[in-house]
Design a protein. Structure first.
Length: 197
């Protein structure tokens, strides 16, 4: 959304409409991320809860930054964060949750675009926060982010649900008491030996 606003010239009706709707786009994206983090299948519950907590902190930070800093200046939240990089400390956890989500997708499903996004998202945000990245580099990385995220989303919609849920058997096995694990392993070993005969 910021890239779309940056790419459209001032005075252009479409560009002006995008710029006026940046906070709505941001809120919609953040809400979609929050819903995704509720519905996502991550069998390691502490990781899922951590990503959800990051999202909550980022959502609260976004609202707080808007109310306390952007609104009094009659600016959008997105414009405020662009003009005041330190505001990333408050909205950044939302993007950390997004990075965790794409990392999980890249790791679990071998999606190249997700793996690249794992580095592009924090790289761009840290470059903006630190001031060490010029505007041209930021715009380029933002363009890469948009393209890769579009590919990521399109591929996610094509993924069969059964593949998305994954194989929970490893986690079920690890949750068994030690004696049950040993008994199951012995049973599987005997099954393998009889299948070989």
């Amino acid at each position: 959304m910021a890239a779309a606003a940056a790419a459209t010239a001032t005075g252009n009706a479409a560009g002006d409409a995008v710029r006026q709707s940046l906070d709505l786009f941001y809120a919609t994206g953040a809400a979609g991320l929050g819903l995704s983090l509720v519905l996502i299948h991550i069998y390691v519950t502490p990781i899922k809860r951590f990503l959800q907590a990051l999202w909550v902190v980022g959502a609260l930070g976004s609202v707080g930054t808007y109310v306390a800093a952007a609104q009094p200046l009659d600016e959008s939240l997105v414009r405020y964060v662009l003009d005041h990089p330190a505001a990333l400390w408050f909205v950044g956890p939302t993007f950390a949750a997004l990075t965790g989500l794409v990392f999980k997708e890249g790791l679990c499903y071998g999606k190249l675009e997700a793996g690249i996004l794992t580095f592009v998202i924090p790289g761009l945000l840290l470059g903006h926060l630190s001031g060490l990245m010029d505007d041209g580099t930021k715009a380029g990385l933002l363009g890469v982010w948009m393209v890769l995220f579009t590919v990521f989303a399109a591929r996610k919609f094509q993924q069969p649900i059964k593949d998305d849920i994954g194989d929970k058997s490893v986690f079920m096995f690890n949750a068994l008491p030690e004696e049950e694990k040993k008994a199951l392993l012995q049973k599987l070993q005997m099954q393998t030996e009889t299948d070989d005969i």
